[in-house]
Ligand binder design. Structure first.
Ligand code: PGA
Length: 247
């Protein structure tokens, strides 16, 4: 099974989200052994879920609160997304870490909240350009993985990892497929050897488009892609789906 996950971020208005979803659903062909999941804004989530009902596509939350209920102004719980039909939730996306200052301990709590709510968390990890230059790539990734998974009884849980180097997100300069394959191979080895978990799907994200998508999904260790900017435009995302379908 391969996965194409679409993170719409805050790119679209409510109307634009509904129009894009309707267009994509009209266009889509049924692909064998591929799961497509859309991560719309919180405010359009419920309407997108109604549009997607009856299709093969899944939905996910872009972010969740780490508590279920209470006095948390502006927050939306994993439970609420689950109630509205979400299957997945992104946890620790680079923009949450770097713009909203989320720490590894926050990702740990959000992973627990997702597990409690029955959502499958997609833990996003990635090194910065400075990490890369300082030779701290594996160090950074290992900390992001280990600290998020700590105390979460992970051998009994379903979760994904999305490797998204910060320097590749939205930059138009993606990590090469062979570099992504090597590092994702290393992530899988670490999950198995140090944490005792096998079969965790690991996705690549960062400047994925129709011209490079197949180079990632053709790799043995890469289970799919997390697409940002190109997933919020009809022409680009349908080209990604077609490129994948025709591969
Ligand atoms: P991008 O974003 O495809 O626009 O680089 C990827 C992501 O942030 O998930």
């Amino acid at each position: 099974m391969k996965y194409i996950f679409a993170n719409w971020k805050m790119y679209l208005s409510f109307d634009e989200s509904c129009i894009l979803m309707s267009q994509l659903l009209q266009e889509k062909s049924e692909m064998q052994n591929v799961e497509v999941a859309i991560f719309p804004s919180s405010i359009s989530f419920s309407e997108i879920e109604k549009l997607a009902r009856g299709s093969q596509w899944s939905l996910g939350a872009q972010n969740v609160a780490w508590v279920e209920k209470g006095a948390y102004t502006g927050a939306v719980s994993a439970q609420l997304f689950s109630e509205l039909g979400a299957k997945y939730a992104l946890v620790g996306h680079s923009e949450r870490r770097h713009i909203f200052h989320e720490k590894n301990e926050d990702t740990q709590k959000k992973m627990s909240a997702c597990f409690e709510a029955g959502l499958i968390p997609v833990l996003c990890i990635g090194e910065t350009q400075e990490d890369l230059e300082a030779g701290k790539r594996q160090y950074r990734l290992q900390r992001q993985i280990d600290e998020a998974l700590m105390g979460n009884n992970i051998s009994e849980r379903s979760f994904f990892i999305a490797y998204e180097p910060v320097w590749a997100i939205g930059s138009g300069s993606a990590c090469t497929a062979s570099d992504a394959e090597d590092i994702i191979g290393w992530i899988k080895l670490h999950l198995k050897d140090a944490l005792g978990v096998d079969n965790v799907p690991v996705l690549y994200g960062g400047s994925v488009d129709a011209t490079n998508v197949v180079s990632y999904t053709a790799q043995a260790s890469i289970d799919g892609v997390l697409v940002g900017g190109c997933s919020a435009k009809f022409d680009e995302f349908s080209s990604i789906l077609k490129a994948f379908d025709g591969a």
